[in-house]
Design a protein around this ligand. Sequence first.
Ligand SMILES: [Zn+2]
Length: 87
Amino acid sequence: MCCGRCDGLMVERPCWQRDWPDVSRGWLKGLYMWVCINCGNRLDAVIAANRAQQAERTERIRHDVLWQECKRQLRLLQEEVAYESTA
Ligand SMILES: [Zn+2]
């Protein structure tokens, strides 16, 4: 999976390696999130939702761009999870 910020490589990390471990325990039973090894960008469902909400409060155009990117990245993530669960 490519980073939405820098196109770097995003790797799956267990949540217990995170700096703030209680942010998004609900995502995939709270086991994994995605971290960009290039820029440090992090993504899971809660982070994506929080970014979208923050953008909505500030600027609608920016919100739309962010939300589309969140949805794009989540779609990629879901495809990857679905693929891995069948492997
Ligand atoms: Zn990145």
